[in-house]
Design a binder for this molecule. Structure first.
Ligand SMILES: [Cu+2]
Length: 104
């Protein structure tokens, strides 16, 4: 018997528990020059690019936010917004994504 029709589906990289099936990492590239307020926060619990994109996704939903940059290694999240972003709004969005804001 020859099993010639073997489907080799390469298993997607097993990054971390937060990453379920969605292998697509939407990256938001700022086409426009970032204008406005820039604030940097510490977020705990992010371990991979998928974590970063989850957090980014929630943050860009906030009104006035024009750019989000996440550095997974340091846990640093930089948010650019038209008006200063309320710490509470930031915390809510981060928690929505499943992470917590770490004390600076
Ligand atoms: Cu992850």
């Amino acid at each position: 018997m020859i099993d010639s029709n073997k489907n080799l589906l390469s298993p997607s990289e097993n990054s971390c528990s937060c990453c379920s099936t969605d292998a697509q990492a939407p990256s938001k590239t700022a086409a426009q020059a970032p204008a406005g307020e820039t604030a940097t926060y510490q977020v705990a619990g992010m371990t991979c690019a998928h974590c970063a994109s989850s957090v980014t996704e929630e943050l860009v939903k906030l009104p006035g936010v024009s750019d989000v940059h996440v550095d997974v290694d340091s846990g640093r999240v930089t948010v650019t917004s038209q008006t200063p972003l309320a710490a509470e709004s930031f915390a809510t969005a981060v928690e929505e994504a499943g992470y917590t804001v770490a004390p600076a």
